[in-house]
Design a protein around this ligand. Structure first.
Ligand code: TNX
Length: 501
């Protein structure tokens, strides 16, 4: 017995002398792929590795090369090749037009095939087999096969750049984090009572005046159209769709302060730097209001390749319902006239809904059910589970608590299609976690709120419900702590997650 034990531990030692991991299924993938099969060998990644790609795939190959440079120290050469090489990394087009991919890791070769988006996600999966930081010498990767595709089409996060402004570089970082976890939508909340953040050339004071404030009295800021286009391109390169939101008819004080004529009494309001909601409204009866909306939607739609325009519509407590309903209908017509689909917070379901309109569920199940009856699809952002601006617990300094405390497990252990009896799988377009920024003022604070909850929302969007098990997920999440540290991400070390020392 003792002899057997010694022999066994000797063998384990020998096979471990190079710290070669051979079980691909032991990799801490987030989101969990549909299928991972281990084949028990290793691929040796060295600084001499080459990437081969079919001609039109150069962009995913270049993305992978840059990411690998951070780990192996040199940027791999990218070569065009119509045929698979004998060794190295090979990217090919599967011809599919979905988000699926297959990643095959063999002893001498790594092959990734998928649509452009699928390959991008396959690259993210491959990167999760590697160490988080620069590593000296050979990197050993377990062999096997991953077959994967997402459960929901819409996997998003929102950033409220209106309550506090975040510069272009921060928004790009936010997109990097979404991309790491295969999220494909960035919803930008571009206007609110406290600030207007996007240049509109036909209404320049929106940013000159409305862009100059934020919660707490800071200097605010805004994106020029050139900067916004740069963000759009950054998103396109990462297979992320930007959903621009201009919130109306409420949440409009920054616009009302910029242009007197948008107010029913013809007087501009004062800029606002507090955090109350529900006190502002566009003037529903004035024709200039619709000229304004038309100009704003047109200029933003021109810069946005994605299919959506988000018209807000929430908490319009200063707009009587009999005004709210026709306003929302008219704005929908404008959005549709610029070939965009309307998204609105669940209150918009009080109105008739345009073809293809989408209701974003945040608070009210009856509204959402009404929207479904009117033919809308639903984005699931229930505040009690998905609002990433909620505090983790009563001791969290940042964040709000009006909906709930959302510990890391609370953020993970809910199922969009079992949240409300009125909302079924076939009604759901996907999931979004909104980060409102009343209390969040800079990138480090953003990181603290979204890490480590963001990967959980990504997994809810990507992985089938029966594959999502907190008691198993928490170990994978713990392993990502090293990644957060390697990337210098500030995060909440929840006591519920078995972090490594
Ligand atoms: C509710 S959610 C709001 C926002 C706030 C948020 C804070 C929604 C559609 N409206 O105006 O920022 O709560 O959690």
């Amino acid at each position: 017995m003792a002899g057997g034990f010694i022999l066994l531990s000797f063998m384990v030692q020998v096979s471990c002398t190079h710290h070669e991991p051979t079980d691909l299924t032991a990799t801490a993938f987030i989101p969990l792929p549909v299928r991972v099969e281990a084949t028990g060998d290793v691929f040796r990644l060295t600084s001499g590795v080459k990437i081969y790609a079919q001609g039109e795939l150069a962009s995913s190959a270049q993305f992978l090369a840059s990411e690998l440079e951070g780990i192996i120290g040199t940027k791999p050469v990218v070569k065009l090749s119509a045929d698979p090489p004998r060794r190295g990394i090979y990217l090919s087009d599967s011809g599919a037009d979905d988000e699926s991919y297959e990643l095959q890791i063999e002893k001498k070769r790594v092959s990734l095939t998928g649509s452009p988006a699928g390959r991008f996600y396959g690259i993210q999966t491959f990167l999760q087999t590697l160490p988080a930081a620069r590593s000296e010498g050979v990197v050993y990767i377990p062999t096997g096969v991953v077959n994967d595709q997402p459960y929901y089409a819409y996997r998003g996060a929102m950033l409220d750049v209106a309550r506090h402004f975040f510069p272009v570089e921060d928004v790009k970082k936010y997109m990097d984090y979404l991309a790491m976890y295969k999220m494909n939508v960035l919803h930008l909340h571009l206007s609110d009572d406290q600030g207007w953040r996007i240049e509109i050339k036909s209404w320049p004071d929106l940013t000159v005046i409305g862009g100059s404030s934020e919660v707490g009295g800071g200097e605010g800021g805004y994106y020029t159209q050139e900067e916004f286009r740069d963000l759009v391109q950054y998103a396109v390169d990462r297979h992320i769709t930007i959903v621009p939101e201009i919130d109306m008819p409420g949440h409009t004080n920054a616009a009302l302060a910029s242009y007197a004529e948008l107010n029913c009494d013809g007087k501009a309001t004062e800029l606002y730097t507090g955090t109350r909601v529900g006190f502002s409204t566009l003037c529903i009866d004035k024709e200039i209001t619709y000229q304004f909306v038309d100009d704003v939607v047109r200029e933003i739609a021109e810069m946005t390749p994605g299919p959506y325009f988000h018209m807000g519509g929430d908490e319009s407590h200063s707009t009587p319902l009999e005004d709210y309903i026709p306003f929302v209908e008219r704005v929908q017509d404008i959005v549709v006239s610029y070939n965009k689909k309307v998204i609105g917070w669940d209150e918009i379901a009080h109105s008739d809904l345009a073809e293809g309109a989408i209701v974003q569920f945040w608070a009210n199940e009856e509204n959402t059910a009404m929207g479904i009856e009117k033919g809308a699809k639903v984005i699931m952002s229930p505040a009690k589970r998905a609002y990433i601006d909620m505090k983790y617990d009563s001791t969290t300094v940042l964040g709000l608590a009006w909906a709930a405390y959302i510990e890391v497990d609370d953020g993970y252990t809910w199922d969009p299609e079992n949240y409300s009896p009125a909302i079924k799988r076939e009604n759901i377009l996907g999931v979004e976690t909104p980060l409102w920024s009343e209390t969040v003022t800079n990138l480090k604070e953003v990181e603290y709120m979204i890490f480590p909850r963001l990967p959980g929302y990504a997994e809810i969007g990507w992985t089938a419900p029966d594959q999502r098990i907190w008691e198993e997920y928490k170990f994978r999440l713990a392993a990502h702590g090293e990644r957060f540290e390697a990337l210098d991400i500030t995060y909440y070390r929840s006591p519920l997650v078995p972090w490594k020392e």
